[in-house]
Design a protein around this ligand. Sequence first.
Ligand SMILES: [Zn+2]
Ligand SMILES: [Zn+2]
Length: 389
Amino acid sequence: MLLQFPTDPAFGLHLKALHSSYLDWITMRRFAELVNAAIFLSVILQLSPALLISSIPKQLLPNFTSTGPWKVFQNFTGAHAGDILDGLGNMKKYFQQFGYIPQGYSDFTDEFDDALEAAIKTYQRNFNLKPTGLLDEATIEQMAKPRCGNADIVNSSTSMSSGKTASIFHSVGHYSFFPGQQRWPSDRWNLTYAFYRQESIPDTAKAVFSRAFQRWAAVTLLTFSETTSTATADIKIGFFVGDHNDGEPFDGVLGTLAHAFSPTAGMLHLDGDEEWVIEGDVTTSTISTAVDLESVVVHEIGHVLGLGHSSVENSIMFPTISSRMRKVDLAADDIQGIQVLYGSNPNYTGISSTPTTTDPEREANDCGFRLYGWVPTALLAVGLGVLLP
Ligand SMILES: [Zn+2]
Ligand SMILES: [Zn+2]
C-alpha cells in the first residue's frame, strides 16, 4: 500500500494523499480511532481502489512525471555563446543564485553572453563535467536535479573543484568550508537542537534527525541533543514554504530542497512543499517526487557545522540529490573535512585525518553513539505544512 498512517496522530502534518474532509476528521480523533480508520481505509483501498482515486493528488499516482522548476532548461540543450533564446535569462538567475554569476550582475536578458559562458564552465568543473561552456545534455541534466539551496560559490571564493588544483603527488581533498573557515567555537562541543512547532513533528521524523546528527557525532568530538526551545537551542530546525523571511525563499516541489546557515547561526530549513519520506525505502517509491529526509538532513547538518559543497559525487556534501535517492553515509571526503574543523572521535575506526584545530587536551566523552537499528516498515510520504517560528 502506498501510504500507512503514522503511529502518532498528534502531529499536524498535511497528509496529501487524503481527502481534506478526511484530514479534518483525523485531527479530531484519538489514537485508537485512527488505527481503526487505517484498517478500514486499507480494506477500502483493497476492495475498491477507484473509490478513492479522485481524491489522490496526481503527483502521488504512479508514472506521474515531475517537472521540477529547472526541467525547462532542457529547451536550451545545444545553445552556445551568441544565441538569444526565450527564457535564457532565467538560467542566468539560476547561476547567480548558486554563486556562478556575481551578485552585482543584472543583465538578465535572454542573450547567451560571456557571463553565462563563464558560469557554465565553472559549473562544469565543479560537477566533474567537461568545461566546454556549452549547454550539452549532461550539463543540463545535472542542473535540473533537485539540490541544496546553499550556493556552491560563496562571496566569489570558489570552494568546489573549480577552485582547487590537483597535485601529481597528493590527492586533493574536495571538501570545503565557508569563507573564513567558520566553525563552532571550542567551548561548544555539546550542541543542542530544537524544532519550530515541535508538536507538529512526528516522533518518526525526529528519529530521522537524531540519526542524521549521530552520523556526524560518530566521527568527531561533537555531541548533539534535542531540546524543546528554539530560543535557546544552538541549532534551530524548521519546515517552511516559499518565502520565510530569511532572503532564501523555497520554490515548491523539487528545485531547492533545503538550506542551512554557517556557524554559529545554526539555522536548518527544509522546504515544506517536498514529499519528504521519513520511513520506508525511498528508492522504490511510486512517488516520482519523493525525497529522502535523512539524506537531505545529513547534508544540511554538514553546513550547520561549517562544511561547504564538495565536487566528490558520492560525498554527502555534493550539492544535488535526485528524488527517490538515498545517500546517508559520510564519505571519506566528508569525514576528512569535518575532522579538520573538529578533530576525530577516538572511537571512530574508519578513515581519519589529522585534526588541525582541536584542543589536544580535550577528551572525547559521550562519543560511543550507536546508530539506531532501523527497520523500514512502510512508505510514509508526508508534506509538512508551513511551520513558522
Ligand atoms: Zn548544501
Ligand atoms: Zn530559510
